[in-house]
Design a protein around this ligand. Sequence first.
Ligand code: 5GP
Length: 113
Amino acid sequence: MEKTIFEKIIDREISATIAHEDDRCIALHDINPQAPVHLLVVPKDRIARLAEADDAAAPLLGHLLVVARRLAAELSLDQGYRIVINNGPDGGESVPHLHVHLLGGRRMAWPPG
Ligand code: 5GP
């Protein structure tokens, strides 16, 4: 299976600004930021999207949120932030490798576009 852009970043075949890395995930700055802070928390083991994560992935999914919460605290997003997971075509997914968006540094609108 062809590597996703995130697998190439994890394997250091493509450069990215990395904010965090551990044994289970990597967090990088989005190349096309939609807010002053826009990070992507990506599991190293590829899961295409949330819909394809099985129940056994629950600890990993929780870890992604814990990492996002820690990064938000480190970046002093004290006024709040938004966590987004785009799933499938209607969800606006463009990279078929599960990732959690952490957006902050500005007031978000609701409903999302
Ligand atoms: P999705 O639309 O799948 O939820 O989010 C994919 C995100 O990956 C987009 O926000 C897009 O800007 C980001 N992205 C795509 N290619 C690259 C890349 O090569 N480097 C980085 N840092 N982000 C990327």
